[in-house]
Every structure is written in C-alpha cells, then in structure tokens.
Design a protein around this ligand. Structure first.
Ligand code: SF4
Length: 349
C-alpha cells in the first residue's frame, strides 16, 4: 500500500491529519489513493445529505468592481469588460422566474460595486424577503463593514459567500494588489459568522505561486473555521488580466481536494462549481461524484451572462442555465442523483 493511501485511510477514519501528512497526501497522490478518496467522500456525503443535489439560482447582478484582483476578469483595471448593473426590478424578475422554476435559494453575486451601497442593497434584500419568505437569500458581494453585514442580515439575508482565496498571507499578496488586505478578508469572514450568517469560504486551485503548503494552509484554515459552505474551483486565466497566459489549475487536483474537504468537513455544503465544469467536459458531474452536493445554475438575464466573465470561456448555457433545469435534472439522474427543491440549509453547526 502506498504511503498516500495509508494517509487517506486515516483521514477517512479520523476526519483530520497533521499538516505534514496532508501535504504528503496531496503531493504524493496516486490513482489508487484518488479512487479511495472519491469513494469515501461520496459515502460521507450520502450519509449526511443523501443522494440529493441542492440547487441555487445565481443572479450575477453587477459586474462593476472597485477592486483589482490579478486573476479576475471583471477587475476595475479591465477596460475591456462591458459593465452592467441590474436594477432592483430586474433582480426581482430573476427571482420571480427562479421561483417558478423551483428555486428556493437565490444567490446575489456581484463585484464590490459602490453604487450598491447599504441603502440600495438593503432595499433589494428586503423586497426579496417580503415576496419569498420561504426562500434563502445568499449574498456574495465581497468585503463590507460590520454595520453593513448587520443591516443586510436584519433585512433578511441568511447566507454569505466570501471566498478567502488563499489562507496564506504571502500567497494572498501574490494574487491581490497591495491595497487589499489578507487580515481584513479573514476578519470579514469571522464577522459574518459572528453575526449569524451561514458563511461560505473557498479558494481557487492552481493559482500562480500556489504551493503545497498553501493548500495545506487552506485545509487547516477551513477545518478550524468550520464554514457552512466551501466553494472551490480550478484557477482559470482571463485574457485581459495580469495573469493572462498563466497555467490554469486542473480539475484533477480540484476534485482530489474536494474529496479531502468532504472528509474533513462532512457537514459542509460543497458546490460543483461552474469553473470545474468549464475546466473539463463533465467536470460538474465529476464534482458531485467526488462528494459535492450543490449546483448553482445561472438565473441572470441572458443578455448579461456573457458579461460576467470572471475567466475565459466561462459556461452559462446548457445545463448551467436555470431555464434549462431539465437538462441539469437529466444530468444528475444519469449519475444517480436527484435535484432537491428545498432551501437546503447546511448541516454544519
Ligand atoms: S475577485 Fe471579486 S473583488 Fe476581486 S476584482 Fe473580481 S469581483 Fe472584484
């Protein structure tokens, strides 16, 4: 038996490994260990959530952003991005359509757009809460002051996604300009949890400069933070960013890490991300087979979907599109899963 396989067995039994062993498990991976992790992660997910896949309607409501993350296609420095911003009415129309299709979670995602200040965003959240009391509202709008998070929570938002991107401060500095701060990102995550949001974090796999140690730091951070959700996708480069031409992350390593996360945090919700589906044909299906249990089809108006281009060739049609839910349903059924029309709260406490 390989060393990696014996470490994987310990991980499956104990849900944790010392840092050095996690590093070996990742670095020295082999096909047999990968197969074992996949099987164990899927079994843990089945035990806790069954063979259900939760669906979230993703509304990408603004691609304006005041930040300049090196990897992101909608960074403020990209003068070629065609900017758009949905109005409250347009967002509500997306929700109306989504509700009719069966969605019971709406995810409002956007860049850090100053136009959507607290008053405006609060108005949107309040309106969705009033019209759809049985739905969960997830926000993914970046770093904001505590008062802002509190106001949005009081207005009816239940969940918040804020990817930490990397749990290593030095690596954070390679992905972001100096004006952005690692400690602030971490503080925001703690604040969100403290307020009572179901909080999601996550990272990209294969970003420039990422080391095995950085990935171990991510796993350790998440194990301690105990997020309700973990979003992970391979890094995919965008042609109009400083990272153009950088090597992309692989679906292979992302899936391997996904299985490790499922074993370390069995109760967390893990989406099979669009990036995974973009990196590899059938990637999203693979995500589910490796232990994920959420998919987030795109509910944004068709006219703006191609403008929310975080990385090149991002998928937004076919089974990625909310209106083609039947395709997603077929895709999931073909691998023995059922789409669940429910809020799908995290079992993480
Ligand atoms: S990753 Fe987020 S915060 Fe950074 S530039 Fe892109 S949208 Fe803005």
């Amino acid at each position: 038996m390989s060393r990696a396989l014996s470490l994987a067995e310990t991980l499956a039994k104990e849900g944790n490994l010392p840092d050095q062993n996690l590093l070996e498990l990742i670095r020295d991976r082999d096909p047999e260990t990968a197969g074992f992790l996949k099987e164990q992660a899927a079994a843990r997910r089945d035990e806790i959530y069954g063979r259900h896949v939760y669906i979230r309607g993703l509304i990408e409501f603004t691609n304006y952003c005041k930040n300049n993350c090196y990897y992101c296609g909608i960074r403020r420095g990209n003068g070629r991005a065609e900017r758009y911003r949905l109005t409250k009415e347009e967002i509500l129309e997306c929700c109306r359509e989504g509700y009719g299709l069966g969605f019971r979670t709406f995810v409002l995602q956007g860049g850090e757009d100053p136009w959507y200040d607290d008053d405006r965003l609060e108005e949107v959240v309040r309106a969705i809460r009033e019209r759809y009391p049985d739905c969960a509202i997830t926000l993914s709008v970046g770093e904001r002051p505590r008062e802002s998070y509190e106001r949005l929570f009081a207005a009816g938002a239940d969940r918040y996604l804020l990817r930490h991107e990397t749990a290593s401060e030095s690596h954070y500095g390679m992905l972001h300009p100096r004006e952005m701060s690692f400690s602030q990102r971490m503080e925001c995550l703690n604040t969100l949890r403290d307020i009572g949001y179901q909080t999601g974090c996550g990272m990209m796999v294969g970003t420039p400069g990422q080391t095995w140690e950085d990935l171990v730091a991510d796993l350790r951070f998440m194990k301690e933070f105990r997020p309700h959700m973990v979003g992970m996708g391979p890094f995919l480069s965008h042609k109009d960013t400083p990272f153009r031409g950088e090597k992309s992350g692989t679906a292979e390593l992302t899936l391997y890490l996904l299985a490790i996360v499922r074993l370390m945090l069995p109760e967390t919700l893990i989406p099979a991300t669009t990036a995974l589906g973009t990196a590899e044909e059938g990637g999203r299906r693979q995500g589910i087979l490796w232990g994920a249990n959420v998919v987030m089809p795109n509910l944004s108006p068709k006219a703006v979907r191609s403008k929310y281009m975080l990385y090149d060739n991002k998928l937004s049609s076919g089974s990625e599109a909310a209106e083609s839910l039947y395709l997603l349903k077929q895709e999931m059924e073909s691998i023995g899963f059922e789409i669940t029309v429910a809020r799908g709260d995290s079992r993480m406490v």
